[in-house]
Design a protein around this ligand. Sequence first.
Ligand code: PA5
Length: 466
Amino acid sequence: MIQLYWKNATDKVVGDAHGVSQADLDELKPRMCQAHEAVKAQIDAGRLGYAALPTHAGYAAQVKALVDKYRSTTTDLVVLGIGGSALGNIALQAALNPAIYNLLSDARRGGPRLFVLDNVDPAMVSDTLKLVGRRGARGLLVNVISKSGETAETASQFMIFREMLKKKLGDDFASHIVATTDTEKGTLHEIAIADGYDMLAVPGDVGGRFSVLSPVGLFSAAMCGIDIDELLAGAAEMQERIATAPCMNPACRLAAIKYIATTAKGKPTHVMMPYSNRLYPLADWYRQLWAESLGKRVDRDGNEVFTGPTPIKALGTTDQHSQVQLYREGPNDKLTVFLEVKKHPKDVRVPDDFADVPGLTYLRKTKLSKLLSAEKVATEYALAASNRPSVTIRFDEIMPHSVGEFIYLYEFVTSLMGELLNIDAYDQPAVELGKKATFALMGREGYDDVAADIKPFTRVDRNYLS
Ligand code: PA5
Protein backbone atom coordinates (compact mmCIF):
# COMPACT_ATOMS: atom_id res chain seq x y z
CA MET A 1 0.00 0.00 0.00
CA ILE A 2 1.23 3.51 -0.72
CA GLN A 3 0.47 6.35 1.63
CA LEU A 4 0.58 10.12 1.46
CA TYR A 5 2.29 12.00 4.30
CA TRP A 6 1.55 15.71 4.16
CA LYS A 7 2.40 17.31 7.50
CA ASN A 8 5.44 19.07 6.04
CA ALA A 9 3.25 20.94 3.56
CA THR A 10 1.21 22.56 6.33
CA ASP A 11 1.37 26.03 7.89
CA LYS A 12 2.32 24.33 11.17
CA VAL A 13 5.68 23.33 9.69
CA VAL A 14 6.48 25.92 7.00
CA GLY A 15 4.38 28.88 8.13
CA ASP A 16 1.20 30.60 6.92
CA ALA A 17 2.64 32.14 3.78
CA HIS A 18 3.91 28.86 2.34
CA GLY A 19 2.00 26.07 4.05
CA VAL A 20 -1.53 24.77 3.59
CA SER A 21 -3.72 25.47 6.63
CA GLN A 22 -6.81 23.64 7.84
CA ALA A 23 -8.78 26.78 6.92
CA ASP A 24 -7.42 26.57 3.33
CA LEU A 25 -8.48 22.92 3.12
CA ASP A 26 -11.92 23.64 4.64
CA GLU A 27 -12.48 26.48 2.21
CA LEU A 28 -11.56 24.29 -0.78
CA LYS A 29 -13.55 21.29 0.41
CA PRO A 30 -16.87 22.04 -1.36
CA ARG A 31 -15.02 22.62 -4.66
CA MET A 32 -12.91 19.52 -4.13
CA CYS A 33 -16.03 17.44 -3.54
CA GLN A 34 -17.56 18.91 -6.69
CA ALA A 35 -14.38 18.12 -8.63
CA HIS A 36 -14.46 14.54 -7.37
CA GLU A 37 -18.14 14.24 -8.32
CA ALA A 38 -17.42 15.65 -11.78
CA VAL A 39 -14.58 13.19 -12.43
CA LYS A 40 -16.73 10.35 -11.12
CA ALA A 41 -19.58 11.40 -13.42
CA GLN A 42 -17.21 11.41 -16.42
CA ILE A 43 -15.98 7.94 -15.45
CA ASP A 44 -19.54 6.64 -15.01
CA ALA A 45 -20.45 8.07 -18.42
CA GLY A 46 -17.49 6.18 -19.94
CA ARG A 47 -15.70 9.37 -20.96
CA LEU A 48 -12.43 8.75 -19.11
CA GLY A 49 -11.11 5.59 -20.71
CA TYR A 50 -8.09 5.33 -18.40
CA ALA A 51 -10.37 4.59 -15.43
CA ALA A 52 -11.62 1.39 -17.08
CA LEU A 53 -8.10 -0.03 -17.54
CA PRO A 54 -7.41 -1.43 -14.04
CA THR A 55 -10.35 -3.83 -14.34
CA HIS A 56 -10.25 -4.45 -18.10
CA ALA A 57 -9.59 -8.19 -18.15
CA GLY A 58 -9.75 -8.28 -21.97
CA TYR A 59 -6.60 -6.25 -22.54
CA ALA A 60 -4.60 -8.25 -20.00
CA ALA A 61 -5.76 -11.48 -21.65
CA GLN A 62 -4.76 -10.26 -25.15
CA VAL A 63 -1.36 -9.23 -23.85
CA LYS A 64 -0.82 -12.56 -22.08
CA ALA A 65 -1.77 -14.51 -25.21
CA LEU A 66 0.91 -12.70 -27.21
CA VAL A 67 3.43 -13.06 -24.40
CA ASP A 68 2.79 -16.82 -24.43
CA LYS A 69 3.39 -16.82 -28.15
CA TYR A 70 6.61 -14.79 -28.18
CA ARG A 71 8.36 -14.95 -24.81
CA SER A 72 10.20 -18.23 -25.18
CA THR A 73 11.65 -17.30 -28.58
CA THR A 74 12.46 -13.64 -27.95
CA THR A 75 15.86 -12.62 -26.63
CA ASP A 76 15.63 -8.91 -27.52
CA LEU A 77 12.49 -6.78 -27.40
CA VAL A 78 12.76 -3.35 -29.01
CA VAL A 79 9.93 -0.93 -28.25
CA LEU A 80 9.52 1.91 -30.72
CA GLY A 81 7.38 4.75 -29.40
CA ILE A 82 7.56 8.23 -27.92
CA GLY A 83 5.80 10.26 -25.23
CA GLY A 84 2.84 8.35 -23.86
CA SER A 85 3.82 5.41 -26.06
CA ALA A 86 7.17 4.95 -24.28
CA LEU A 87 7.48 6.68 -20.90
CA GLY A 88 5.24 4.20 -19.08
CA ASN A 89 7.17 1.25 -20.53
CA ILE A 90 10.46 2.74 -19.35
CA ALA A 91 9.05 3.52 -15.90
CA LEU A 92 7.60 0.04 -15.34
CA GLN A 93 10.79 -1.68 -16.41
CA ALA A 94 12.97 0.55 -14.21
CA ALA A 95 10.73 0.16 -11.17
CA LEU A 96 10.07 -3.54 -11.35
CA ASN A 97 13.19 -5.14 -12.80
CA PRO A 98 16.79 -4.79 -11.64
CA ALA A 99 18.87 -1.95 -13.11
CA ILE A 100 21.23 -4.56 -14.53
CA TYR A 101 18.39 -6.56 -16.11
CA ASN A 102 19.75 -6.25 -19.67
CA LEU A 103 23.20 -7.37 -18.51
CA LEU A 104 21.96 -10.67 -17.07
CA SER A 105 22.29 -13.85 -19.10
CA ASP A 106 19.23 -14.99 -21.08
CA ALA A 107 18.66 -17.77 -18.54
CA ARG A 108 18.87 -15.49 -15.47
CA ARG A 109 16.57 -12.87 -17.02
CA GLY A 110 13.91 -15.32 -18.11
CA GLY A 111 12.65 -12.72 -20.59
CA PRO A 112 14.14 -10.66 -23.40
CA ARG A 113 16.50 -7.74 -23.03
CA LEU A 114 14.44 -4.57 -23.39
CA PHE A 115 15.34 -1.47 -25.40
CA VAL A 116 12.83 1.37 -25.50
CA LEU A 117 13.83 3.80 -28.25
CA ASP A 118 11.96 7.00 -27.44
CA ASN A 119 14.05 9.30 -29.59
CA VAL A 120 15.52 9.53 -33.05
CA ASP A 121 19.04 10.23 -31.89
CA PRO A 122 20.90 8.64 -34.80
CA ALA A 123 23.79 7.32 -32.71
CA MET A 124 21.44 5.67 -30.24
CA VAL A 125 19.38 4.06 -32.97
CA SER A 126 22.48 2.92 -34.84
CA ASP A 127 24.06 1.43 -31.70
CA THR A 128 20.85 -0.44 -30.86
CA LEU A 129 20.52 -1.79 -34.39
CA LYS A 130 24.07 -3.08 -34.20
CA LEU A 131 23.67 -4.55 -30.75
CA VAL A 132 20.48 -6.46 -31.43
CA GLY A 133 21.47 -7.27 -35.02
CA ARG A 134 24.61 -9.01 -33.79
CA ARG A 135 22.41 -11.81 -32.48
CA GLY A 136 20.93 -12.40 -35.92
CA ALA A 137 17.28 -11.21 -35.53
CA ARG A 138 15.72 -14.66 -35.01
CA GLY A 139 15.26 -13.72 -31.34
CA LEU A 140 14.31 -10.10 -32.04
CA LEU A 141 10.80 -8.79 -31.54
CA VAL A 142 9.89 -5.21 -32.41
CA ASN A 143 6.89 -3.70 -30.64
CA VAL A 144 5.96 -0.53 -32.52
CA ILE A 145 3.56 1.61 -30.48
CA SER A 146 1.73 4.55 -31.98
CA LYS A 147 -1.87 5.50 -31.50
CA SER A 148 -1.95 7.79 -34.53
CA GLY A 149 0.51 5.69 -36.48
CA GLU A 150 1.98 8.82 -38.02
CA THR A 151 4.30 10.19 -35.37
CA ALA A 152 7.47 11.08 -37.28
CA GLU A 153 9.91 9.67 -34.72
CA THR A 154 8.16 6.32 -34.32
CA ALA A 155 7.35 5.99 -38.02
CA SER A 156 10.98 6.55 -39.06
CA GLN A 157 12.31 4.08 -36.48
CA PHE A 158 9.70 1.57 -37.56
CA MET A 159 10.76 1.86 -41.20
CA ILE A 160 14.40 1.33 -40.19
CA PHE A 161 13.70 -1.77 -38.06
CA ARG A 162 11.24 -3.23 -40.56
CA GLU A 163 13.89 -2.94 -43.28
CA MET A 164 16.49 -4.56 -41.02
CA LEU A 165 14.15 -7.46 -40.22
CA LYS A 166 13.30 -7.91 -43.89
CA LYS A 167 16.98 -8.05 -44.81
CA LYS A 168 17.78 -10.58 -42.14
CA LEU A 169 14.63 -12.72 -42.17
CA GLY A 170 13.05 -12.29 -45.59
CA ASP A 171 9.35 -13.07 -45.71
CA ASP A 172 9.38 -14.13 -42.06
CA PHE A 173 9.94 -10.50 -40.92
CA ALA A 174 6.27 -9.89 -40.10
CA SER A 175 6.25 -12.50 -37.36
CA HIS A 176 8.85 -10.39 -35.53
CA ILE A 177 6.69 -7.26 -35.25
CA VAL A 178 3.82 -6.55 -32.88
CA ALA A 179 1.97 -3.31 -33.62
CA THR A 180 0.20 -1.55 -30.76
CA THR A 181 -2.12 0.97 -32.36
CA ASP A 182 -5.67 2.08 -33.01
CA THR A 183 -7.79 -1.01 -33.62
CA GLU A 184 -9.88 0.46 -36.41
CA LYS A 185 -7.99 3.03 -38.39
CA GLY A 186 -4.69 4.79 -39.01
CA THR A 187 -1.52 4.35 -41.04
CA LEU A 188 0.12 1.83 -38.73
CA HIS A 189 -3.12 -0.13 -38.48
CA GLU A 190 -3.28 -0.40 -42.27
CA ILE A 191 0.37 -1.45 -42.58
CA ALA A 192 -0.08 -4.04 -39.83
CA ILE A 193 -3.04 -5.55 -41.66
CA ALA A 194 -1.22 -5.52 -45.00
CA ASP A 195 2.02 -7.02 -43.60
CA GLY A 196 0.19 -9.35 -41.19
CA TYR A 197 1.55 -8.37 -37.77
CA ASP A 198 0.00 -9.35 -34.49
CA MET A 199 -1.76 -6.32 -33.07
CA LEU A 200 -2.63 -4.91 -29.67
CA ALA A 201 -4.98 -2.04 -28.98
CA VAL A 202 -4.30 1.52 -27.97
CA PRO A 203 -7.83 2.17 -26.68
CA GLY A 204 -9.44 4.99 -28.65
CA ASP A 205 -10.70 6.73 -25.51
CA VAL A 206 -7.36 6.68 -23.67
CA GLY A 207 -4.82 9.44 -24.36
CA GLY A 208 -1.17 8.45 -24.70
CA ARG A 209 -0.11 9.79 -21.32
CA PHE A 210 -2.89 7.85 -19.58
CA SER A 211 -2.21 4.61 -21.45
CA VAL A 212 0.44 2.82 -19.39
CA LEU A 213 -2.09 0.35 -17.95
CA SER A 214 -3.36 -0.53 -21.45
CA PRO A 215 -1.53 -2.89 -23.84
CA VAL A 216 0.80 0.08 -24.53
CA GLY A 217 2.60 -0.48 -21.22
CA LEU A 218 1.48 -4.00 -20.35
CA PHE A 219 3.05 -5.91 -23.24
CA SER A 220 6.71 -5.02 -22.69
CA ALA A 221 6.21 -5.34 -18.93
CA ALA A 222 4.74 -8.84 -19.19
CA MET A 223 7.36 -9.90 -21.74
CA CYS A 224 10.01 -8.94 -19.18
CA GLY A 225 8.38 -10.95 -16.40
CA ILE A 226 6.48 -8.21 -14.57
CA ASP A 227 3.27 -9.39 -12.94
CA ILE A 228 0.71 -7.28 -14.81
CA ASP A 229 -2.21 -8.77 -12.87
CA GLU A 230 -0.72 -7.36 -9.67
CA LEU A 231 0.00 -4.04 -11.38
CA LEU A 232 -3.64 -3.77 -12.43
CA ALA A 233 -4.83 -5.02 -9.02
CA GLY A 234 -2.87 -2.21 -7.35
CA ALA A 235 -4.46 0.36 -9.66
CA ALA A 236 -7.90 -1.12 -9.01
CA GLU A 237 -7.32 -0.98 -5.27
CA MET A 238 -6.41 2.70 -5.46
CA GLN A 239 -9.50 3.28 -7.57
CA GLU A 240 -11.58 1.63 -4.85
CA ARG A 241 -9.85 3.62 -2.10
CA ILE A 242 -10.64 6.84 -3.93
CA ALA A 243 -14.23 5.85 -4.70
CA THR A 244 -15.13 4.77 -1.18
CA ALA A 245 -13.90 7.93 0.53
CA PRO A 246 -15.06 10.89 -1.55
CA CYS A 247 -13.06 14.05 -0.72
CA MET A 248 -11.15 12.19 2.04
CA ASN A 249 -8.87 10.00 -0.03
CA PRO A 250 -5.17 10.44 -0.89
CA ALA A 251 -5.97 11.71 -4.41
CA CYS A 252 -8.23 14.50 -3.15
CA ARG A 253 -5.75 15.38 -0.40
CA LEU A 254 -2.81 15.53 -2.81
CA ALA A 255 -4.78 17.49 -5.40
CA ALA A 256 -5.93 19.94 -2.71
CA ILE A 257 -2.38 20.55 -1.50
CA LYS A 258 -1.08 20.94 -5.05
CA TYR A 259 -3.93 23.27 -6.03
CA ILE A 260 -3.65 25.47 -2.92
CA ALA A 261 0.15 25.54 -3.21
CA THR A 262 -0.13 26.62 -6.85
CA THR A 263 -2.88 29.18 -6.62
CA ALA A 264 -2.57 30.60 -3.09
CA LYS A 265 0.97 30.00 -1.87
CA GLY A 266 3.06 30.99 -4.90
CA LYS A 267 4.26 27.46 -5.73
CA PRO A 268 3.86 26.96 -9.49
CA THR A 269 6.73 24.49 -9.62
CA HIS A 270 6.13 20.90 -8.54
CA VAL A 271 9.21 18.77 -7.98
CA MET A 272 9.03 15.00 -7.85
CA MET A 273 12.05 13.62 -6.02
CA PRO A 274 12.21 9.84 -5.61
CA TYR A 275 14.74 8.48 -3.10
CA SER A 276 15.13 5.42 -5.30
CA ASN A 277 16.76 5.01 -8.70
CA ARG A 278 14.11 2.46 -9.52
CA LEU A 279 11.38 5.07 -9.16
CA TYR A 280 13.23 7.86 -10.97
CA PRO A 281 11.74 7.18 -14.45
CA LEU A 282 8.28 7.38 -12.88
CA ALA A 283 9.13 11.06 -12.44
CA ASP A 284 9.55 11.32 -16.24
CA TRP A 285 6.17 9.67 -16.67
CA TYR A 286 4.70 12.16 -14.18
CA ARG A 287 6.29 15.12 -15.98
CA GLN A 288 4.48 14.27 -19.19
CA LEU A 289 1.20 13.55 -17.44
CA TRP A 290 1.33 16.81 -15.54
CA ALA A 291 2.69 19.04 -18.32
CA GLU A 292 0.51 17.92 -21.23
CA SER A 293 -2.62 17.62 -19.10
CA LEU A 294 -2.42 20.84 -17.11
CA GLY A 295 -0.41 23.26 -19.24
CA LYS A 296 -3.23 25.09 -21.03
CA ARG A 297 -3.79 28.51 -22.60
CA VAL A 298 -7.57 28.60 -22.24
CA ASP A 299 -9.99 27.29 -19.66
CA ARG A 300 -13.17 25.40 -20.49
CA ASP A 301 -15.05 28.70 -20.86
CA GLY A 302 -12.60 29.97 -23.45
CA ASN A 303 -10.85 32.49 -21.17
CA GLU A 304 -7.10 32.85 -21.60
CA VAL A 305 -5.57 31.53 -18.38
CA PHE A 306 -2.07 30.31 -19.34
CA THR A 307 -2.16 27.86 -16.46
CA GLY A 308 -0.25 24.76 -15.37
CA PRO A 309 2.25 23.98 -12.64
CA THR A 310 5.70 23.12 -14.01
CA PRO A 311 6.78 19.55 -13.22
CA ILE A 312 10.42 19.03 -12.33
CA LYS A 313 12.26 15.82 -11.53
CA ALA A 314 15.07 15.36 -9.08
CA LEU A 315 16.73 12.28 -7.61
CA GLY A 316 17.57 11.73 -3.97
CA THR A 317 20.30 11.69 -2.84
CA THR A 318 22.05 12.67 -6.09
CA ASP A 319 20.32 16.04 -6.44
CA GLN A 320 21.02 17.00 -2.83
CA HIS A 321 24.44 17.73 -4.28
CA SER A 322 23.03 19.65 -7.23
CA GLN A 323 19.52 21.10 -6.87
CA VAL A 324 18.86 21.48 -3.15
CA GLN A 325 20.88 24.69 -2.88
CA LEU A 326 18.37 26.25 -5.30
CA TYR A 327 15.38 24.59 -3.65
CA ARG A 328 16.35 26.02 -0.23
CA GLU A 329 17.72 29.46 -1.08
CA GLY A 330 16.30 30.22 -4.51
CA PRO A 331 12.75 31.41 -5.08
CA ASN A 332 10.28 29.83 -2.66
CA ASP A 333 8.12 28.68 -5.58
CA LYS A 334 8.26 24.89 -5.26
CA LEU A 335 6.25 22.09 -3.74
CA THR A 336 8.36 18.94 -3.48
CA VAL A 337 6.85 15.48 -3.64
CA PHE A 338 9.28 12.91 -2.25
CA LEU A 339 8.88 9.25 -3.13
CA GLU A 340 10.18 7.10 -0.29
CA VAL A 341 10.65 3.34 -0.10
CA LYS A 342 10.51 1.59 3.28
CA LYS A 343 11.91 -1.77 2.16
CA HIS A 344 14.19 -1.76 -0.85
CA PRO A 345 14.42 -4.86 -3.06
CA LYS A 346 18.07 -5.30 -2.05
CA ASP A 347 20.33 -3.86 0.63
CA VAL A 348 24.06 -3.46 1.09
CA ARG A 349 25.98 -3.13 4.33
CA VAL A 350 29.03 -0.86 4.68
CA PRO A 351 32.00 -2.89 5.99
CA ASP A 352 33.21 -2.68 9.58
CA ASP A 353 36.32 -0.77 8.55
CA PHE A 354 38.24 2.42 9.42
CA ALA A 355 37.54 2.14 13.15
CA ASP A 356 40.32 4.64 13.75
CA VAL A 357 39.12 7.28 11.25
CA PRO A 358 36.79 9.58 13.21
CA GLY A 359 35.13 11.03 10.11
CA LEU A 360 34.02 7.60 8.89
CA THR A 361 33.24 5.52 11.97
CA TYR A 362 29.53 6.42 11.95
CA LEU A 363 29.21 4.64 8.59
CA ARG A 364 30.62 1.33 9.84
CA LYS A 365 28.25 -1.62 9.53
CA THR A 366 25.37 0.60 8.48
CA LYS A 367 23.00 -0.37 5.69
CA LEU A 368 22.78 1.84 2.60
CA SER A 369 18.98 1.84 3.00
CA LYS A 370 19.45 3.50 6.41
CA LEU A 371 21.73 6.15 4.93
CA LEU A 372 19.29 6.80 2.07
CA SER A 373 16.36 7.19 4.50
CA ALA A 374 18.35 9.47 6.76
CA GLU A 375 19.26 11.66 3.78
CA LYS A 376 15.62 11.91 2.73
CA VAL A 377 14.56 13.02 6.21
CA ALA A 378 17.51 15.41 6.28
CA THR A 379 16.38 17.03 3.02
CA GLU A 380 12.77 17.21 4.22
CA TYR A 381 13.99 18.92 7.38
CA ALA A 382 16.35 21.25 5.52
CA LEU A 383 13.57 22.36 3.15
CA ALA A 384 11.19 22.90 6.07
CA ALA A 385 13.85 24.93 7.88
CA SER A 386 13.67 27.35 4.92
CA ASN A 387 9.85 27.27 4.88
CA ARG A 388 9.72 25.08 1.78
CA PRO A 389 6.74 22.69 1.75
CA SER A 390 6.93 19.02 0.84
CA VAL A 391 4.82 15.89 0.89
CA THR A 392 5.93 12.26 0.77
CA ILE A 393 4.43 9.30 -1.02
CA ARG A 394 5.59 6.23 0.90
CA PHE A 395 5.95 2.85 -0.75
CA ASP A 396 6.19 -0.06 1.68
CA GLU A 397 7.97 -1.89 -1.13
CA ILE A 398 8.41 -1.34 -4.85
CA MET A 399 6.09 -4.04 -6.15
CA PRO A 400 3.78 -4.24 -9.17
CA HIS A 401 0.89 -3.62 -6.78
CA SER A 402 2.29 -0.42 -5.26
CA VAL A 403 3.43 0.90 -8.65
CA GLY A 404 -0.10 0.29 -9.97
CA GLU A 405 -1.50 2.22 -7.00
CA PHE A 406 0.86 5.11 -7.67
CA ILE A 407 -0.01 5.28 -11.36
CA TYR A 408 -3.75 5.39 -10.77
CA LEU A 409 -3.32 7.87 -7.91
CA TYR A 410 -1.46 10.34 -10.13
CA GLU A 411 -3.82 9.89 -13.06
CA PHE A 412 -6.77 10.68 -10.80
CA VAL A 413 -4.99 13.62 -9.17
CA THR A 414 -4.40 14.97 -12.69
CA SER A 415 -8.11 14.70 -13.47
CA LEU A 416 -8.97 16.49 -10.21
CA MET A 417 -6.47 19.26 -10.97
CA GLY A 418 -8.04 19.65 -14.41
CA GLU A 419 -11.44 20.14 -12.75
CA LEU A 420 -10.13 22.60 -10.16
CA LEU A 421 -8.29 24.61 -12.81
CA ASN A 422 -11.36 24.34 -15.09
CA ILE A 423 -9.31 23.17 -18.06
CA ASP A 424 -9.48 20.25 -20.47
CA ALA A 425 -6.86 17.87 -19.06
CA TYR A 426 -7.15 15.42 -21.94
CA ASP A 427 -6.12 17.36 -25.04
CA GLN A 428 -2.72 18.71 -26.08
CA PRO A 429 -3.34 21.34 -28.77
CA ALA A 430 0.03 23.05 -28.30
CA VAL A 431 1.95 19.93 -29.34
CA GLU A 432 0.40 20.02 -32.81
CA LEU A 433 2.22 23.06 -34.23
CA GLY A 434 5.64 21.50 -33.63
CA LYS A 435 4.48 18.27 -35.29
CA LYS A 436 3.14 20.17 -38.32
CA ALA A 437 6.33 22.23 -38.57
CA THR A 438 8.39 19.03 -38.56
CA PHE A 439 6.26 17.62 -41.37
CA ALA A 440 6.73 20.87 -43.32
CA LEU A 441 10.51 20.89 -42.80
CA MET A 442 10.74 17.25 -43.82
CA GLY A 443 8.79 17.94 -47.00
CA ARG A 444 5.56 16.12 -46.21
CA GLU A 445 2.79 17.04 -48.64
CA GLY A 446 -0.01 19.34 -47.45
CA TYR A 447 1.98 21.46 -45.01
CA ASP A 448 2.94 24.36 -47.31
CA ASP A 449 1.28 27.02 -45.13
CA VAL A 450 3.48 26.08 -42.14
CA ALA A 451 6.50 25.78 -44.46
CA ALA A 452 6.21 29.47 -45.37
CA ASP A 453 5.92 30.52 -41.72
CA ILE A 454 8.85 28.47 -40.61
CA LYS A 455 11.24 29.61 -43.33
CA PRO A 456 12.91 32.41 -41.28
CA PHE A 457 13.82 29.84 -38.64
CA THR A 458 15.62 27.61 -41.10
CA ARG A 459 18.35 30.16 -41.84
CA VAL A 460 20.89 31.24 -39.26
CA ASP A 461 21.01 35.07 -39.16
CA ARG A 462 24.74 35.67 -38.91
CA ASN A 463 24.18 39.06 -37.25
CA TYR A 464 23.21 37.15 -34.15
CA LEU A 465 25.96 34.56 -34.23
CA SER A 466 28.55 35.28 -31.51
O1 PA5 B 1 0.27 11.73 -24.59
C1 PA5 B 1 0.22 11.89 -25.79
O2 PA5 B 1 -0.84 11.96 -26.40
C2 PA5 B 1 1.50 11.98 -26.60
O3 PA5 B 1 2.63 12.01 -25.81
C3 PA5 B 1 1.61 10.78 -27.53
O4 PA5 B 1 1.64 9.62 -26.76
C4 PA5 B 1 2.87 10.87 -28.40
O5 PA5 B 1 2.85 12.08 -29.12
C5 PA5 B 1 2.94 9.70 -29.36
O6 PA5 B 1 1.79 9.65 -30.15
P1 PA5 B 1 1.43 8.34 -30.94
O7 PA5 B 1 1.14 7.27 -29.96
O8 PA5 B 1 0.22 8.72 -31.74
O9 PA5 B 1 2.60 8.00 -31.82
